[in-house]
Design a protein around this ligand. Structure first.
Ligand code: ZN
Length: 479
């Protein structure tokens, strides 16, 4: 009975031994340490992994010299051991690598497999330091890396250069990410620690950083037409042209370039040509109140146009520009609709929209009327005093005044209107507001040249952009 169990055990041990378990036990038994490689170093696990497999041995003084450069001889040895090629020292194809050289077997084996070549002079130059580009060639060939990416994130690579393909392949395989500044530094000599890291990743994909899902980090608008590239410099091939005004998704920013896409095209463009949401306006809650609407048409223009429609057009243009700049815009009512079902509560309803939404600002947009054509130009109202006849005062009079001033000093010029003045008075929506509030009178419906501007859609667009600029100044001065 006992001998039968023993037999089974022996068979099991043999089977486990073949499966590699025994190798691991043995590796554990030979605990390798280097005096200059410590737990916590970025490459510790990888170097220990290679050491346990006998792929790296370090120096006789017990060091690994992680920050030293690697020679071509050392690189061939490390890769040769990793691949398990015949390392028996022997005569080589290179006059400068003798059979006595400890690495001669690895160099000759890799040469026979076409993984390494000599230099143009026919020699191997075993003591030369290996460059990062040469590393890419060696790793690509030795580990048969095939997959390539369409886009490469390095600014210092030329797509038509011979090293482009191997560098693309080692990057696509996640064996290296290059440097955080967006460079690959192909001509730079590689460190022993970096090369070890890459060999470990080549052998064992568990050491490769996880593939990052490409995600949109921001959005923007092209402010000039740009030829998109396959990488972050003009040394890549052209993908195609992204027109000025195109809305783009932004995936990555590298060395002054951004990887962006539209619905039809994707590529790197210079970041300075992409306008992103303004940090100052991002997430700010702006309530826009186009004056009148629904029951109340407002004033009537010289050509019988109702004020409500002009105000609404400017409101929509402002909404669009502010949203592109990152603000959250809430309108007090829809086109041709009231805010409140009750006429008496209409203005309080608009004020309440700002309170209920914890708005940062309330901006009411109106057009002016006068009994003759003589009055013209834009003015901005706020409230900073308590009139006994109209009790109440805005909760934020100081901010309201700042807002009125930046708007009045920015917008009229931008939309081609004469700048009249800032007015401290007691209009309902400025006075009763719980947030900083202004009321803009864009221009006079009773002045022909003001009216022509107010009815030109280009003026509304300019108004939106100018309001963004004014609000930037406002948030800069109150933050
Ligand atoms: Zn009005």
């Amino acid at each position: 009975m006992l001998s039968k169990i023993m037999k089974i055990c022996l068979i099991m041990i043999a089977a486990v031994g073949f499966s590699g378990f025994f190798d691991q036990l043995q590796a554990h038994a030979e605990q390798v340490t280097f005096k200059d490689v410590k737990p916590g170093d970025g490459y510790y696990d990888e170097i220990m992994f290679l050491a346990k497999q006998g792929i790296v041995n370090g120096y006789s003084d017990g060091s690994f010299k992680p920050n030293a450069n690697l020679t071509r001889r050392e690189a061939a040895t490390m890769v040769g051991r990793a691949l398990g090629v015949d390392g028996t020292p022997r005569k080589t194809a290179f006059a400068d690598v003798s059979a006595k050289d400890y690495a001669s077997g690895y160099i000759q084996s890799l040469y026979e497999k076409n993984f390494i070549t000599g230099r143009s002079d026919g020699l191997f130059h075993p003591d030369d330091k290996i460059s990062r580009a040469d590393m890419a060639y060696l790793i690509t060939r030795a580990f048969s890396l095939q997959e390539m990416s369409q886009y490469l994130p390095f600014y210092d690579i030329v797509q038509d250069s011979p090293e482009y393909e191997p560098i693309n392949k080692v990057t696509t395989a996640r064996i290296t990410n290059g440097f955080p500044d967006g460079s690959f530094k192909p001509g730079e000599k590689i460190l022993r620690s970096h090369f070890a890291l890459m060999v470990a990743r080549a052998i064992n994909p568990n050491f490769r950083p996880p593939a990052e899902a490409e995600k949109v980090i921001s959005t923007g608008e092209m402010i000039a037409s740009q030829v998109a590239q396959y990488g972050p410099s003009d040394n890549y091939h052209d993908v195609g042209t992204i027109p000025s005004g195109a809305q783009v998704k932004i995936y990555k920013k590298v060395a002054g370039w951004a990887l962006v896409s539209t619905d039809t095209i994707k590529g790197y463009v210079k970041l300075k040509y992409v306008r992103e949401p303004d940090e100052l306006l991002k997430g700010k809650i702006i309530v826009l109140d186009p004056g009148h609407g629904g029951r109340d048409p407002g004033a009537i223009a010289l050509d019988k146009t109702e004020e409500q429609y002009i105000n609404y057009n400017f409101g929509v243009a402002a909404q669009s520009a502010l949203q592109k700049a990152g603000a959250v815009v809430i309108m007090t009512h829809q086109r041709d609709k009231d805010c409140s079902p009750s006429k008496d509560k209409e203005l309080q309803c608009r004020v309440d929209v700002a309170k209920a939404n914890h708005a940062d600002l309330f901006i009411s947009i109106h057009s002016n009327w006068f009994s003759s054509e003589d009055a013209y130009g834009m003015q901005t109202h706020f409230n900073d005093f308590n009139d006994p006849d109209y009790p109440g005062v805005n909760d934020h009079p100081k901010e309201s005044k700042i807002l009125a001033n930046v708007i009045q000093s920015t917008v009229p010029q931008a939309i081609g209107m004469h700048s009249r003045r800032v007015v401290d008075d007691n209009l309902y929506v400025t006075r009763m507001n719980t947030v900083p509030a202004v009321l803009i009178e864009l221009g006079f419906l009773t002045n022909p040249s003001d009216l022509a501007r107010l009815e030109d859609p280009a003026t509304a667009t300019k108004f939106g952009n100018a309001l963004v600029e004014a609000l930037r100044q406002y948030f800069m001065s109150v933050q």
